[in-house]
Design a protein around this ligand. Structure first.
Ligand SMILES: Nc1ncnc2c1ncn2[C@@H]1O[C@H](COP(=O)(O)OP(=O)(O)OP(=O)(O)O)[C@@H](O)[C@H]1O
Ligand SMILES: [Mg+2]
Length: 369
């Protein structure tokens, strides 16, 4: 197992397109790091550079303390599960699992033993004689994972390994991967565009957009203190509510929006906002931080209930605030009819403020204000 270090690793494709604009981060030995971002943001490019399948245009990549920029893929001791994995249809599960070892010249007895061990770990031991066509989607996915596992590599690279499974299977495979990671103590880099998968699997998350790293942190820190509007909007479902307005201090602190003034008492963020008086800011409020009140006494805003979405353990309230749509998340409770006016307070200490031009967080990134 091993540490992977990227120092300003850059990929410029021959057509001039910048796939990755200079990535610097370390993956600790035994860590499960998730790379997340929208389609085309450079996730596969980054993974392929680590695997050695794509040349590195600039910067340094080291594995276990050794610079590997010019080391061939097979010398890097890395196994990759590809975004569009394909099993050999004419080979059995056992042959598919052992093929990589066979190519590397391992002895048949050794291959058989490794294949048995891995098949047991992945609960494929009853299916070793089956052809892929006779397997379920989840079993095929496990064979694809197993081909990487048999090699017992230093580092596992997983590129959207669950993307062709249905929602339920994805969920059980996600748990399976987390369990495998713990069991093997392996260093894993896991790519996904799915924010829920990233949040639930990652010990740390690297968030990419347009080839540029936006933020690297633990899932909860990313959620609670997003560095910019991209991270704030990408993580969380329903997404964070964003309200634009001018920060004012006449008759108490307030955000003057086109929908009306939102009065703030003494918010903990006030000192960070001192330099923003009479300037535009964007207020970010997570749906769970918009608290439904019984009366308008302490209400921050008043909004019209448009649509109620019950999802079982909670309810999403789709609201209209002037010309803006907002979403609040509440525990299940008796609710008035759509069209009613509702009053909301904020979880004041959990509000986010962003610079509308640069898109970056105004309130501090660290936990202590
Ligand atoms: N060989 C290439 N030549 C030029 N541009 C490329 C090449 N391969 C990828 N790109 C571009 O680089 C960017 C990053 O591609 P990449 O495959 O890394 O994205 P991704 O984050 O993995 O996306 P997805 O989630 O869709 O798999 C994209 O804009 C893509 O079009
Ligand atoms: Mg990809």
């Amino acid at each position: 197992m091993a540490t992977v270090c990227l120092d300003r690793v850059r990929k410029v494709y021959p057509n001039g397109h910048i796939g990755v604009a200079g990535a610097s981060f370390d993956i600790a030995d035994g860590e499960l790091l998730v790379l997340v971002g929208p389609s085309g943001c450079g996730k596969t490019t980054l993974l392929r550079m680590i695997a050695g399948l794509e040349s590195i245009s600039d910067g340094t990549l080291s594995i276990a303390g050794r610079v590997v920029n010019d080391v061939a893929p097979k010398e890097r001791d890395i196994a990759m599960v590809f975004q569009n994995y394909a099993l050999y249809p004419h080979m059995t599960v056992a042959e598919n699992l052992g093929f990589g070892l066979h190519l590397r010249g391992h002895k048949p007895a050794e291959i058989e033993q490794r294949v048995r061990e891995v098949a047991k770990t992945l609960e494929l031991d009853q299916r070793l004689g089956s052809k892929p066509a006779a397997l379920s989607g989840g079993q095929r996915q496990r064979v694809a994972l197993g081909r990487a596992l048999v090699r017992n590599p230093k580092v596992f690279l997983l590129d959207e390994p669950l993307s062709n499974l249905d929602a339920k299977l994805r969920l059980s495979m996600r748990v399976e991967i987390a369990r495998l990671h713990r069991q093997l103590g392996a260093t894993m880099i896991y790519v996904t565009h799915d924010q829920v998968e990233a949040m639930t699997l990652g010990q740390r998350i690297v968030m990419l957009d347009g080839g540029v790293i936006q933020q690297i942190d633990t899932p909860m820190n990313l959620y609670e203190r997003p560095a910019n509007l991209f991270v704030a909007s990408f993580l969380g479902s329903p997404a964070m509510n964003l309200l634009r307005g001018t920060w004012r201090a006449d008759n108490g602190l307030k955000l003057a929006t086109t929908q009306g003034d939102i009065a703030f008492g003494s918010v903990p963020q006030a000192s960070s906002l001192e330099g923003w008086l009479n300037r535009e800011v964007i207020l970010g409020v997570r749906p769970e931080d918009l608290r439904l009140l019984d009366s308008n006494a302490d209400a921050a805003i008043e909004a019209t209930l448009e649509v109620i979405e019950p999802v079982g353990n909670e309810v999403f309230l789709n609201l209209r605030y002037g010309n803006q749509a907002l979403v609040a998340r509440t525990p299940p409770r008796t609710l008035p009819e759509p069209g009613s006016t509702l009053h909301f307070g904020f979880a004041w200490e959990r509000l986010h403020f962003f610079d509308p031009q640069a898109g970056v967080r105004i309130t501090p990134l660290s936990r202590s204000p």
